[in-house]
Design a protein around this ligand. Structure first.
Ligand code: GFB
Length: 311
């Protein structure tokens, strides 16, 4: 990817898209184009087509999605499937129609089977049943990455995908009901009065990656002349939800008692991705969980103080 190329970042206001824009600016990519939701509705095929046809970007990075934690996903699998499917099909297919030569599509490691052998290799895709709590989201993301793979094969377009593990960082969504576990725990401990109610048993294992590490992986993937169709991006740092809760408690300085509500879902028991592919090509994560967590608690506090927090 050349510094002068015109790069479209879809979803630039989200946690991932804004991290990618920061990384692009830092690396000197000056020709980045973005559209807010009100300027361009990515669910609207005609509008997306018109946008690509008039702007003709050289590169597109698809960081737009409806995302949420286990609560939001399991309550609205239909919505997560529909919106993410439409976003994927519109942003990828219409890019190809307009002659965009290179595209990076972002998925998630929840596309892999619930009981995939751990750590999860890229080859595990579509080998057995998905996790039910986020099946809609996973199916939509699988369509997107497959569309990229097929367009690359059928039309020779350099369309490829990254599958990041659970992400966190500045600009996250701190909604207690619909958010992902890490930001939700920060908010719960920061606002606790005596105790916090956490979901499930605390035994599931998760891997967390700071979003600035993902942004660096995106730039790395886009620098490869012949990238793999799908590459996992993770930190290799796996913790149980119970240990995560202790870490967040310490990082926020809270004294709250932790109570577990086992009527709430645990979700997939383990989700550690195998990152040997991207590491073999020369990329690895740089931000350890403890450091990233401390930075994120600080950004939660400043986002809250400035009134810019997403709840
Ligand atoms: O990030 P999260 O909501 O989703 O984490 P997934 C869920 C895990 O954290 C479960 C536990 O084991 C929950 O039981 N947990 C404990 C909590 N307390 C809480 C809490 O207060 N809030 C939340 N949210 N969880 C998501 C997918 O799966 O992973 C998405 O639903 C996406 O599609 C994302 O792919 C990366 O890790 O289970």
């Amino acid at each position: 990817m050349e510094k002068t190329e015109k790069i479209f970042v879809a979803g630039h206001r989200g946690m991932v898209g804004s991290a990618i824009c920061r990384a692009l600016a830092k690396e000197g990519f000056a020709n980045v184009i973005t559209r807010t939701h009100s300027e361009l509705d990515l669910l609207d095929t005609k509008a997306v087509r018109g946008f690509y046809m008039s702007e003709k970007p050289d590169v597109a990075i698809i960081a737009a999605a409806r995302v949420g934690g286990i609560g939001a996903n399991s309550a609205a699998n239909a919505l997560f499937l529909y919106e993410n499917e439409m976003i994927a099909l519109n942003t990828v297919w219409q890019a190809a129609e307009a002659g965009v030569n290179r595209l990076l599509f972002l998925g998630s490691t929840c596309i892999y089977p619930r009981m995939a052998p751990q750590p999860i290799k890229e080859e595990s895709l579509l080998t057995s049943a998905l996790e039910k709590t986020n099946e809609g989201y996973a199916l939509a993301k699988i369509s997107g990455l497959k569309l990229c793979e097929f367009l690359r094969r059928d039309k020779g377009l350099l369309y490829h995908s990254l599958m990041p593990t659970n992400l966190y960082g500045p600009g996250d969504n701190y909604d207690i009901v619909g958010g992902h576990v890490l930001p939700t725990l920060i908010r719960k401990f920061e606002t606790a009065e005596g105790h916090v109610d956490l979901w499930g048993t605390g035994s599931p294992l998760r891997e967390f990656l700071h979003v600035d590490d993902l942004a660096s992986a995106c730039l790395f993937a886009l620098s490869l002349e012949n990238p793999p169709n799908v590459m996992n991006v993770g930190s290799g740092e796996e913790v149980s939800i119970r240990v995560l809760a202790e870490k967040v408690k310490a990082a926020t300085g809270s004294n709250a008692e932790i109570r577990w509500d086992a009527t709430k879902p645990d979700g997939t028991p383990r989700k550690l991705c195998d990152t040997s592919l991207i590491r073999s090509l020369g990329w690895k994560s740089a931000i350890p969980l403890d450091e990233g967590l401390a930075m994120t608690v600080a950004s939660y506090r400043s986002e809250l103080a400035s009134g810019k927090i997403r709840l």
